[in-house]
Write a new protein. Sequence first.
Length: 273
Amino acid sequence: MAEDRYVGGRDLTRWDTRLGNRLAESAHRVGSALGPHQALILVLAIGAAVAALMTWLASEVYEAVTQADGVASLDRPVLRAMVGWRSTALDTAVTAYTNVGGVVGMPVVAVTVMLALALRRRSWTPVILVAAAGTGSLLMTVAGKDLIGRTRPPLADAVPPYEYSPSFPSGHSLNALVIAGTVAYLLLLRQHSRAVRVLTIALAAAFALTMGLSRVFLGHHWLTDVLAAWLLGAGWLAVVVTAHRLYLTTRRAERPGGAAPDDGPVPGGAGRA
């Protein structure tokens, strides 16, 4: 099976910028010393540190914005509009949907998809990427809540069951974007039809969008909690994808003529990246 290094006609091991080439050269040196999978994990660990810095910077920007009553001025009007759209049936349906992105639902979805992709492809790559993506987004959520400690919307404006942890950022929104984005990326590597790739991206984007809006609709988060979560999630997703591209570049460079290398084995046999 061909190496997963293409999305459509784009070769992910080709870097068109000076910064990209420098990253690829550094990754190749690390991969030669430690091994490709170890290099991938190291890059993801460094990326996690960068993500933590992003979270801190986001918290500082957020505080400045809210103190200036900028973007946060949207929070209450949007919440009031959402309250006006509620009904018993819609509240029940949205609550059931948002549970998919919760502390139980999202890990179950992530682990199920991760194992299915790993076994089908006989590769450790989906395990490493999904596990790293989920762990990073969880750490960013915890760090953001501890740094800001923002109070959630009033319980009078929320749909039960109520939540009492800090409001910023929205963990549902951040995790949904990162996990859906990572799974979509893994699927794109094996999809040859442009229409199928567009559908995959659209479904992943729709899932992240509706999960975030569901949190505002239910009164569990302010709009700015969701917007910040989407920005942080997009940044971390970019780190995860870049780390995988560097891994592919390192594996390709190891083989004469850039031939597709074999990936490490998983239970059931050996596979490819």
